[in-house]
Write a protein that binds this ligand. Structure first.
Ligand SMILES: C[S@@+](CC[C@H](N)C(=O)[O-])C[C@H]1O[C@@H](n2cnc3c(N)ncnc32)[C@H](O)[C@@H]1O
Length: 488
């Protein structure tokens, strides 16, 4: 533990009597750490902004910054173990509930940190129960079949944040049953309960050089990410635009769901990432996808072929806060759903949100679009619910409404506006990653209905012909002919 003597000087008048300087400064550090921990955990549970641990610790009211910061971080690291021990030993009775953060801190110190003399009621209480706490800890070690507390925190971390290995079957190359059989030779395989082309393997299964991965038969794609194309679920014969597409995982998932019929334009701003996108497309075996190096915001919705786009997948750049690898992130307010953060971080989020709103508004302006899916791998409300609610008036004016994709999925949007229950969220703690999905739909316009009905027979054309474009051209020709006919 770092020295805590500086703080003791500042709070001299409140020193506990009869103890050394080091003990007194540790006493004050524990109290300051408890206050910070309370804000951190409350911010996390109430999903409101309280600032990062650093910003809380570096506020002027905290004098013993170094020791307080270390104590908060260490207690958070061991918190699942501390909670389990307190629960098993039945030590945390209702009398101490009001001071539970201080109990956590003192318990950390008593079990894993530095020994100290009792200073006030909380320290005395925890120390009185030291034996019961140690017994509960040993029984937990035995139960989890581990030898040390570090192994135990690893078990807790693993059970907390390690997700199963998800594998998306690329049905353009292999069917689900064959993939199950093939992978089953190496490990346990289950089918996912929500997505028919997703398989669930044990955590940390290493497949990076598996032949099915190398030949594009399966993609190592997470569940939340695989929910996006499934939520859009376009008609196989549609023209679809993937607005921000590299590296292309969702693009080729769309191609598989559309059975490589129709046509997908995959737009990507970054030249280097276009190369990756092309490689993903090649690996998937899809022939209906065309990579486009360009800025989605500069695509003119009224120019062909974009004027005929029927569905848009918009998965723009985002903070990525839902997929952070930091082990303790899900405990921290800066990573809690719906949370906005401090200074430079909130500036970055505002910039991202401004782009996300612009891109979503742009998607809503495509004249033939019937479905738009908007997704992020962020947990922040500012990039999710707030982006969606900001475009609702424009969406309504274009005839769009929020639909409720994958209705069996239990976790929905934060209740920040009426209709947010239609949105999908995945939870960093429950689902091991934080994701957000919104689906806009609008009823087909009567003009496109007429065009489509009159050209239905064209859907049986051979695959080599680009049917979507042919349909478009024939529709226009029919319209022209009918106008000529009226004119005559
Ligand atoms: C979150 S990633 C997309 C991931 C992709 N959907 C997938 O599942 O593989 C966002 C991508 O959008 C690209 N991007 C950012 N701004 C863009 C713009 N204005 N037009 C097109 N692409 C853009 C970024 O370069 C980045 O590759």
């Amino acid at each position: 533990m770092p020295s805590t003597s500086d703080a003791a000087q500042a709070t001299d008048h409140r020193r506990p009597r009869g103890s050394s300087n080091a003990e007194r400064s540790a006493y004050f550090a524990r109290r300051e750490a408890a206050k910070v921990l309370r804000s951190v955990l409350q911010g996390d549970s109430r999903r409101r902004a309280v600032g990062s641990i650093k910003s809380l610790v570096y506020s002027p009211s905290v004098r013993n910054k170094k020791a307080t910061f270390a104590l908060v971080c260490q207690t958070l690291k061991y918190l699942p173990v501390i909670k389990a021990v307190l629960e098993d030993s039945r030590v945390l009775i209702s009398k101490w509930k009001r001071k539970e953060e201080l109990v956590y801190i003192v318990t950390y110190d008593v079990l894993f940190g530095q020994a100290h003399c009792p200073a006030d009621d909380v320290e005395k209480f925890v120390l009185r129960n030291k034996k019961a706490l140690q017994a509960a800890l040993h029984s937990l070690l035995r139960k989890k079949k581990v030898k040390s507390v570090d192994d135990l925190t690893l078990v807790h971390r693993i059970s907390d944040v390690t997700k199963p290995r998800y594998v998306r079957v690329n049905t353009l190359k292999i069917d689900v049953e064959s993939a199950v059989l093939e992978l089953g030779k190496q490990t346990m395989v289950q089918k996912d309960s929500l997505l028919p082309d997703l398989l669930v393997l044990p955590p940390a299964t290493d497949l990076h050089d598996h032949p099915l991965v190398l030949d594009g038969s399966i993609f190592l794609q997470g569940k939340a990410s695989s929910m996006v194309a499934a939520a859009l679920n376009p008609d196989p014969d549609w023209l679809v635009l993937d607005a921000c597409s590299a590296p292309g995982n969702k693009t080729v998932h769309l191609a598989a769901l559309m059975k490589d019929r129709g046509r997908i334009i995959a737009c990507e701003l970054d030249k280097k990432r276009v190369d990756r996108l092309k490689e993903t497309i090649r690996l998937s075996g899809a022939t209906s996808v065309q990579a486009l190096h360009g800025d989605f915001l500069s695509v003119n919705p009224n120019d062909p072929p974009y004027s005929e786009v029927r569905a848009i997948l918009l998965d723009p750049s985002c903070s990525g806060s839902g997929t952070s690898a930091e082990r303790l992130d899900h405990l921290l307010p800066s990573h809690s759903p719906g949370h906005a953060t401090n200074g430079s971080e909130s500036g970055r989020l505002n910039k991202l949100a401004a782009f996300q709103k612009k891109a979503l508004a742009h998607a809503l302006s495509f004249p033939s679009v019937e479905k738009i899916v908007y997704s992020t791998c962020s947990v922040h409300q500012i990039e999710n619910e707030d982006v969606v609610s900001s475009v609702l008036p424009q969406a309504a004016s274009h005839g769009f409404r929020l639909a409720s994709p994958l209705p069996e999925w239990p976790r929905r949007g934060l209740p920040s506006f009426a209709g947010s229950e239609n949105l999908i969220r995945t939870d960093p703690a429950e689902d091991k990653e934080g994701f957000f999905i919104a689906l806009f739909v609008r009823e087909r316009k009567s003009k496109s209905k007429r065009c489509s009905t009159s050209t239905n027979s064209l859907k049986r054309l051979p695959r080599s012909i680009n049917r979507q474009m042919t349909l478009t051209r024939v529709s226009r020709l029919l319209l022209l002919l009918s106008r000529l006919h009226q004119h005559n």
